[in-house]
Write a protein that binds this ligand. Structure first.
Ligand code: TXA
Ligand code: MG
Length: 373
């Protein structure tokens, strides 16, 4: 069933009165139990009143999202936390002081009955974050409720970093889109769980890097799921990218991590090795695929893209500035879809700083297909 999707456009030149009206109207839709897509500093989110099960169900319907995957609850003020969770311990409080508002989501013990069970997917914890985006904060404050919001894409598609991406996936399926220009980081927030004093585990790498978390926590663990599969003997040849050594934990701690996320429609494969070997391997494979009549794609970087011949070559930011790659990644994946790429080879960035999150999304987009050359 199609519904009316309201749109509001906010920019630097928008008059204050018009801005207030847009926020008021969008907030009213949220209070009335509808869904509204809004910008955050990471990606666009699809929001609904986290207390209202019927409203939250519309998120799952619009996205086509599996219902055992819990949602992040967004707040505009730490005062909202007291309603949602048990009192945070010192480590959680320190993380909030250092990183909120910002791209860090903290999994905390939920206060029973305060959010819809559809938000927590029946877990006894709730994931909470305070986005560092003026429009998001104004909207949440005006709605006056905690706002559950996954990324505003159809499930399995790359997350939206612009309102146009949201429109592409969800027009006619959601109550509104608040368009305030491109998101900042370009990748989702870092999700952490607490493991004792001064100790956290990263369930999903994201906008806050492990290095930054170490400023506050003595021990920072990283969940293996979604990271680069270990290099194993013969993995370069065997099964064209099947990874013998790869294993996903039986029960991922962050339920969302087990799904194929962020994927382009074509089959993507990561190629890892020295720059020259990577280039030679990708070019040889792409040439062969083209001879077989396949539409080929290469995901590279500004420094390396010019060396490739393929139907679609996308430069995903600069190797010298990994933040630009983070900003570009999801739009780049959508570009392959727009141009109908059927087989895609991707170079990978170094995995420090924001590179860890980039690599995590690339591994997922590639369905864990990795070749070492
Ligand atoms: O940057 C972001 O975090 C974006 C923007 C819109 O804020 N939101 C986002 O939400 O990425 P979503 O729903 O796509 O991702 C939620 C992630 C999933 O990996 C989910 O499994 C995990 O957080 N999660 C949610 N609740 C959890 C919980 N109680 N325990 C463990 N993991 C949880
Ligand atoms: Mg998502």
């Amino acid at each position: 069933m199609m519904i009316k999707t309201n749109e509001w456009k906010l920019g630097p030149g928008t008059a204050a009165e018009e801005r207030r009206r847009a926020i008021r109207e969008a907030a009213k839709l949220l209070r009335d139990g509808q869904t509204v897509a809004f910008p955050t500093e990471t990606v666009y989110g699809l929001g609904a009143d986290a207390r209202n099960t019927a409203a939250v169900e519309q998120i799952f319907t619009a996205k086509g999202r599996p219902s055992d995957n819990p949602l992040i609850v967004h707040i505009a003020d730490t005062a909202q936390l007291a309603d949602l969770t048990q009192a945070p311990d010192e480590t959680a409080a320190a993380l909030m002081r250092r990183f909120w508002p910002g791209p860090l989501t903290i999994v905390l013990p939920v206060r029973p009955g305060t959010v819809s069970p559809r938000v927590t997917a029946g877990l006894d914890t709730v994931a909470v974050r305070m986005p560092a985006h003026e429009t998001a904060l104004e909207l949440i404050a005006a709605a006056g409720c905690p706002v559950a919001a996954p990324s505003a894409n159809r499930s399995g598609r790359p997350s939206p970093t612009t309102a146009a991406h949201v429109r592409e996936d969800l027009h006619g399926l959601i109550g509104g889109i608040l368009d305030a220009g491109p998101a900042g980081v370009g990748l989702e927030s870092t999700v952490v769980e607490l493991c004792g004093p001064g100790k956290v585990r990263i369930l999903r790498p994201g906008g806050v890097t492990p290095e930054q978390l170490r400023e506050v926590c003595a021990t920072v663990l990283v969940d293996e799921d979604g990271m680069l599969p270990e290099k194993t003997a013969g993995s370069g040849e065997a099964g064209k990218g099947a990874v013998p050594g790869s294993k996903a934990p039986a029960a991922p701690r962050s339920p969302g991590m087990k799904y194929t996320h962020y994927a382009p429609q074509g089959v993507m494969q990561l190629v890892i090795g020295s720059r020259e070997r990577v280039r030679a391997h990708i070019q040889a494979e792409a040439d062969q695929a083209r001879l077989r009549g396949r539409r080929t794609g290469v995901l590279a970087f500004e420094e390396t893209a010019a060396a490739y011949r393929a139907d679609v070559v996308v430069a995903c930011g600069s190797l010298a500035q990994p933040e630009t790659s983070a900003q570009r990644l999801y739009a780049a994946l959508r570009e392959f879809d727009a141009q109908g790429a059927e087989v895609i080879w991707a170079e990978v960035p170094p995995n420090d700083g924001i590179g860890l999150a980039l690599l995590n999304r690339l591994v997922k987009a590639a369905g864990r297909r990795v070749v070492y050359v």
